[in-house]
Design a protein around this ligand. Structure first.
Ligand code: GDP
Length: 216
């Protein structure tokens, strides 16, 4: 499937879905604190400062739902957001934050791993990669964790506006090649820019489809 495989109707249905009210449900420091698993859920993971909060805000069309912060590593919990009582978005703690103490870093990682194993309603994880940096060792570790947990995941490149289009295409191709042999990875790599809105309609359509809320 390619980015333009979504029909105009699917893109429009997803736009309407995410234009509906969304709200913060809770932040959980322990996986047991998370609410029931009755709704389909997708999650977002990535290195601190990758642009995760900005992307979640762009998906739901809100400026401040997820906390966008210039202070890397501030998010220490799994933050859960509800979209119109129909699906949930989970924001995992950012990883690879150099300044965090090793033990603290491990605690976040464990929380992320526990989340991936403990949510039967999890439909897909989105692994965010800064398009300027590409895949780094902590990202490969995150991919290992996703493959081991057998959670279907898709790579989303962030901040694509910071590169020339040809360079974005090159990073997409390189990243797609790197994930091709990963058992749980979705082959298509999606380039996005929260700042410009690039790729956001396609991301919304992908989430809606994987949650069974619209047709792909
Ligand atoms: P998080 O730590 O992963 O939640 O990252 P944030 O969403 O807080 O973003 C980190 C920094 O990257 C902030 O300074 C954002 O303004 C910036 N940023 C996020 N998304 C984009 C984007 O699409 N384009 C550009 N140019 N900057 C972005």
């Amino acid at each position: 499937m390619t980015e333009d495989a979504f029909t105009p109707e699917a893109l429009e249905a997803a736009r309407i879905l995410f234009a509906r009210p969304s709200s913060f449900v809770m932040g959980a420091a322990e996986i047991e604190q998370l609410p029931d698993t009755s709704l389909p859920e997708v999650t977002f993971a990535g290195r601190s400062n990758v642009g995760k909060s900005s992307l979640i805000n762009a998906v739901v069309g809100r400026t401040h739902l997820a906390r966008a912060s210039n202070e890397p590593g501030r998010t220490r919990e799994v933050n859960l957001f509800d979209v119109d009582g129909r699906l949930r978005l989970a924001d995992l703690p950012g990883y690879g934050f150099a300044k965090a103490a090793k033990t603290t870093a491990r605690k976040f990682q464990n929380l992320g791993r526990a989340y991936l194993r403990g949510r039967p309603n999890l439909k897909r994880a989105y692994l965010l990669i800064d398009s300027r940096h590409g895949l780094k060792p902590p990202d490969l570790e995150a991919m290992d964790a996703l493959d081991q947990a057998a959670v279907s995941y898709q790579i989303v490149l962030t901040k694509a506006d910071k590169l020339k289009p040809a360079d974005v295409a090159a990073v997409v191709a390189r990243t797609a090649q790197a994930v091709a042999k990963r058992p749980a990875a979705f082959p298509q790599v999606l380039a996005t820019s929260s700042a410009k809105g690039t790729g956001i309609p396609e991301l919304r359509a992908g989430i809606a489809a994987v949650c069974g809320l619209t047709e792909a």
